[in-house]
Design a protein around this ligand. Sequence first.
Ligand SMILES: [Zn+2]
Length: 99
Amino acid sequence: MAEASAGAVELQRRAIERALARGGAAAVREGRYAGTYRVLSGSRDDAWHDVATDGVRWHCSCESRHRPACWHRAAVYLFRLEGAGLRVVGAGRRDARAT
Ligand SMILES: [Zn+2]
């Protein structure tokens, strides 16, 4: 189980990197209901993916929805962090977390 968990964490890390490369939280719009969001598709200009979360479980309408992570969910994750007052920027500043 630990190996599977580590794999999921790695997938999530990569998804966050992809989300940052696509504008991060800026790609996200809040949905009609609490905990629902829309993310502009990276591949089709007119397509949106629906993401829903209660903070624990995450669902996305995209073709990667059965995988542990996709960049739409990662973008919403970043959006929610920014909503909580945290600013997330791209990789390459690993010195920032060394304290
Ligand atoms: Zn997705």
